[in-house]
Design a protein around this ligand. Structure first.
Ligand code: HEC
Ligand code: HEC
Length: 470
């Protein structure tokens, strides 16, 4: 379906004579030159084999364009931070990876007003919205390690797309398979036993640990159902007809494997946000779901995922491709109940108030905590013990840059976004709703500029030390 949107995009782009990286005054976007349709065509006129050859041939060029964008924005080296890992031992990446505009320093930028940064085009490119690897096309994309493990366990279920691959290197992604902690059985520690939970092993792993209702919820979260790119019609992006995707193909082991997608809520295509899969750990203490949708319960979000998000918010296409309508009382509630058992990972240095135990923390971590609650002003939105205010905030990053088209994504205003919790945050890179920041060090530079807090280099390092303990 993305290809239908991309034709809208091409015609709009032609009318506006936009090219990559072009800067445009705000006003250009308040009156679109032509009004794109919200609907995707239902009948596909191109023969499937022709689509496969055409899109596979275009793939290397598209992947190179994305790789070039990432290399232009970020230092992509594999540079683990000494002495700190994710919960099961994967290295945490160290240092600021967003590149500075030539001839500037972070301290100089922090000393300028947003107007000046905008006028001189000095906002670091890595702080701009990150496009999907092929933004005009969009759709679900899974990292290779997940695709391989599903093939190993489930035989013929292949989540490979013939038109696109996932774009970020493994060292910037969460550990896989991630450990699972249950709110009901903290005594058991990691209940995944180091395996990716699938339909093949969930019963062996969870029989005797979960009740039958929760086991059924888990089974449904692991069962593939049709989706926009993975279905049995010719309007798909897998070579063979596909049984579909499972909830835990993205929220792998109830956490995240950083699979990406485009938010279904927005039209036209270039305004849609790339969205990085959030962890389901700790959904039990949250009150708003989705970066912008603000659905009020895990049950609502579960229903919404399969009926709307799987099909880009287009119920007409959903019917054609075989939408799975979940029954609220006996399916959605079961799935919701299971999700609400997924706990944050242990944080051995935190007390019951979510703050550092001074007997266990280092002086740098304690200084970082004082900054978090003081000069750096983080706690005004990220409140302990889970480090969220369960609300949304508009960070207004558009103060710092002129709107521009970046590989099919119109970088402009993001609008209000959910305050994601920071408990367990070192386990879930990349950061922000679209994954535009690769390390926690990047998030500290980002907020230092956005909030105008003027932290010193030592203060920024201390703040990172604190975030790594949450
Ligand atoms: C593409 C992989 C993908 C699949 C498959 C998927 N999700 Fe998600 N999920 C996401 C993304 C991305 C978001 C963030 C959406 C947004 O910001 O609008 C999300 C958000 C959520 C949230 C809200 C989390 C929060 O912190 O606000 C819940 C709950 C959820 N998904 C449950 C499910 C369930 C249940 C299923 C299966 C029916 C499912 N997901 C299938 C990627 C996926
Ligand atoms: C005005 C409210 C506000 C303040 C103050 C604030 N944040 Fe946030 N934070 C947010 C919002 C909203 C998001 C989600 C933004 C997005 O995804 O685009 C976020 C996201 C994050 C993330 C990424 C979470 C994830 O799951 O990807 C980190 C890390 C973070 N903040 C750290 C900090 C630090 C450190 C500070 C202080 C220097 C801070 N924040 C101050 C509102 C705030």
């Amino acid at each position: 379906m993305g290809s239908h949107f991309s034709s809208h995009l091409r015609s709009r782009a032609a009318l506006l004579t936009l090219s990559l990286g072009t800067l445009l005054p705000q006003a250009v976007f308040s009156e679109p030159a032509s009004k794109a349709s919200s609907y995707a065509p239902v009948v596909i006129t191109e023969d499937f084999n022709t689509t496969v050859s055409r899109m596979s041939a275009a793939k290397p060029g598209i992947m190179k364009r994305q790789a070039d964008l990432l290399a232009e924005r970020y230092d992509l080296a594999n540079r683990p931070a000494p002495g700190i890992t994710m919960t099961k031992g994967k290295p945490v990446q160290d240092g600021v990876r967003v590149k500075l505009p030539a001839g500037t320093t972070w301290e100089q930028l922090a000393g300028m007003s947003s107007d000046e940064i905008k006028a001189r085009n000095l906002f670091p490119k890595g702080f701009l919205p990150l496009p999907h690897p092929n933004h005009p096309e969009g759709g679900m994309l899974f990292p290779r390690f997940h695709i391989d493990e599903i093939k190993r366990q489930e035989g013929d279920r292949d989540l490979t797309r013939f038109d696109l691959d996932f774009d970020l290197a493994d060292h910037f992604l969460p550990e896989f398979p991630a450990p699972i902690f249950l709110t009901t059985r903290p005594d058991l520690g990691d209940v995944s036993k180091g395996e990716l939970v699938t339909l093949n092993n969930f019963f062996k792993l969870f029989n005797g640990v979960l009740n039958p209702k929760q086991l059924e919820g888990m089974r449904l979260l692991l069962t593939p159902f049709p989706q926009q790119q993975f279905n049995v019609t010719d309007d798909r992006r897998s070579v063979k007809p596909s049984r579909g995707v499972a909830c835990l193909d993205c929220h792998a082991n109830g956490h995240t494997n950083a699979s990406t997608h485009l938010a279904g809520d927005v039209r036209p295509q270039e305004f849609r946000h790339r969205i990085d899969t959030p962890s389901l750990r700790g959904v039990n203490i949250q009150r708003l779901f989705g970066s912008q949708r603000a659905l009020k319960s895990v049950e609502d979000f579960t229903e919404f995922e399969q009926r709307a998000a799987y099909f880009d918010g287009d119920p007409i296409i959903a019917t054609k491709k075989g939408v799975n309508v979940l029954e609220r009382g006996s399916q959605v509630h079961f799935m919701g109940e299971l999700q609400a058992l997924l706990d944050f990972p242990p944080a051995p240095k935190l007390g019951i108030d979510g703050k550092l135990d001074p007997a266990k923390a280092t002086p740098a971590e304690l200084r970082g905590q004082a900054l978090f609650f003081g000069k750096a002003n983080c706690a005004s939105c990220h409140a302990p013990p889970y480090y969220t205010d369960n609300s949304m905030h508009n960070l207004k990053t558009e103060r710092f840059f002129a709107p521009r088209l970046v590989n099919g994504r119109l970088a402009n205003m993001d609008g209000p976004i959910k305050t994601f919790p920071l408990r367990g945050i070192k386990d879930s890179p990349p950061y922000l709703h679209d994954g535009r920041l690769l390390t926690l060090d990047d998030t500290v530079e980002f907020f230092n500029l956005v909030l105008g807090t003027k932290l010193t280099p030592l203060e920024k390092r201390d703040l990172v030390s604190f975030l790594r303990q949450l």
